[in-house]
Design a protein around this ligand. Structure first.
Ligand SMILES: Cc1cc2nc3c(=O)[nH]c(=O)nc-3n(C[C@H](O)[C@H](O)[C@H](O)COP(=O)(O)OP(=O)(O)OC[C@H]3O[C@@H](n4cnc5c(N)ncnc54)[C@H](O)[C@@H]3O)c2cc1C
Length: 463
């Protein structure tokens, strides 16, 4: 089958490439391939009753399918260059922000209207943080919520489905370079196209490595973030979350000089499992609908670990730690902060007697048997620091879930068009290693679509 543009991955990167191409070049024949299912068919079997934890489905509906890893996310759309990726290094800060705003407007016009845009600018909280050597990063945050995020995706799909060929349950095996384009192999079928946009996200990271190896595209990788997800009564962080929704706070530890940061804050949300390549880690989300909200707020505390030569497998390091928690806990482990400080494990009784009711059925255990001392020390130091700006954070019953690992895809060598050394072969989104968020991944999709539209214009082929 012959197309003009082949897009691999139906996450935010792939979706916004397709969306923008349809707008800018309505005459192009576009195909999108995804390992996972269409949005309505995406179902995680964990129901909290019969199936309580991850059963390692062959295709993970949390990570794959229309909407990608973002489909069941909290839909926190961060408009900033300070975190969420380094797209700005390739396309410039102003353009990166413009594209994030552009995608925000598309989200609003597809069901997101009425959602709130928070901002950290000039806030009193910033001053409070600084007084305690904590550093609040600048951002605007649109909170769509898991429910509205889903509606936005439904509406975008409805708009695209007659203009783009979506191939679900279609994992791309190989990308072959042809004299005038690319050939994708999906099982026993092949698809040819002039342009190829690869947006394979986190779940496609291993596959992406094989593609780069086989095509001789350079990559580099040296970072992984390891930590825990903290869960506490929503009141403790309400003065921050009511004003900012999400606060990204960074702290440099006294003991080791490591940077610890808050990540993915979910006011009145729920802690959830995440499955990456068969390894169960922890994550969180929350709903915009008050009826679905919980009594608790959760957020991650992560320590960035950078490795230098000769060690190259930073993700392997993170995976080994997560595997250890899976081995001891059968999945995610939970521990009361008070138990951790006393050097004892949490057990079912201690968790049951806790004043904080866990929102995830995790196995009570001892995180100090899993997380390296240096990282755990940093997390404990940060919890005591946060206790100064949000008293109660260091309470005995604060729950810590582990392990939260933020894997980074290796960085693929691309130029300022987000193009590899092969003409018209682009790598975008989290799969490129340069974005780590909904906003940056979506913006990279729009950007590359405009590059393609520009080339079509030059060729005089844009209908
Ligand atoms: C639980 C959870 C909550 C999150 N919450 C937030 C949040 O609130 N805010 C935020 O900014 N970010 C959040 N994130 C991160 C965000 O979802 C990602 O940064 C974003 O989805 C990246 O978009 P992407 O298009 O690059 O990749 P993805 O969304 O990962 O999509 C990649 C797609 O490619 C497909 N694919 C991979 N390999 C192949 C192949 N060989 N053939 C065909 N298809 C393939 C996959 O099935 C997948 O659907 C969250 C992530 C998770 C898991």
């Amino acid at each position: 089958m012959k197309y003009d543009v082949l897009i691999i991955g139906a996450g935010p990167g792939g979706i916004f490439s397709a969306y923008e191409l349809v707008k800018k070049c309505p005459g192009l024949k576009i195909a999108v391939f995804d390992t996972g299912y269409a949005l309505e068919q995406r179902h995680c079997p964990i129901d909290g009753k019969k199936i309580k934890s991850c059963i390692n489905c062959r295709v993970c509906s949390i990570m794959s399918g229309f909407g990608g890893a973002g489909a069941y996310s909290d839909g926190k759309y961060n408009i900033t260059n300070q975190f969420g990726g380094t797209l700005y290094e390739y396309i410039g800060k102003e353009q990166a922000l413009d594209l994030m705003h552009y995608v925000d407007q598309i989200n609003l016009s597809h069901g997101g209207e009425g959602t709130r845009l928070y901002s950290t600018a000039n806030s009193e909280i910033k001053k409070l943080c600084l007084q305690h050597d904590l550093h609040l990063l600048d951002a605007q945050v649109r909170h769509l919520g898991t429910d509205i995020n889903y509606v936005v995706l439904q509406n975008i799909f409805a708009e695209l489905k007659d203009k783009v060929d979506f191939h679900f349950r279609s994992p791309v095996d190989h990308i072959e370079v042809l004299p005038d384009g690319y050939r994708l192999t999906v099982g026993d079928q092949t698809f040819d196209g002039t342009y190829c946009v690869v947006s394979a996200g986190r779940s496609g990271s291993k596959w992406m490595e094989t593609v780069c190896r086989s095509l001789g595209i350079a990559t580099k990788s040296n970072r992984v973030d390891i930590g825990v997800r903290v869960e506490l009564p929503a009141e403790i962080f309400a003065h921050l979350t009511d004003q900012l929704y999400e606060s990204k706070i960074v702290y440099r530890t006294e003991k080791y000089g490591d940077l610890v940061r808050t990540f993915c804050m979910n006011p009145r949300g729920a802690v959830v499992n995440e499955n990456t390549n068969g390894i169960v880690t922890v994550n969180g989300h929350s709903y915009e609908d008050p009826a679905k909200q919980t009594q608790n707020t959760n957020f991650a505390l992560l320590v960035a670990k950078h490795f230098s030569e000769p060690f190259k497998d930073s993700n392997g390091y993170g995976e080994s730690i997560a595997r250890l928690s899976n081995m001891l806990g059968g999945g995610v482990m939970v521990q009361r902060f008070g138990d951790l400080i006393r050097g004892r494990r949490s057990n079912v009784q201690r968790i049951a007697e806790s004043f904080v009711t866990p929102t995830l059925a995790a196995t009570p255990g001892d995180l100090s048997l899993v997380i390296p001392k240096r990282i755990l020390d940093g997390i404990i130091e940060m919890i005591y620091k946060l206790d100064r700006i949000a008293p109660g954070t260091a309470n005995e019953d604060t729950l810590l879930y582990g392990v939260e690992v933020k894997f980074y895809n290796m960085e693929v060598a691309i130029n300022s068009d987000l193009e590899t050394s092969y003409r018209n072969l682009f790598v975008i989104g989290d799969g490129s290693g340069i974005t780590h968020s909904l906003s940056h991944a979506s913006a990279s999709g729009v950007y590359v679509a405009r590059v393609i539209a520009g080339r079509e214009e030059e060729n005089g082929t844009n209908a």
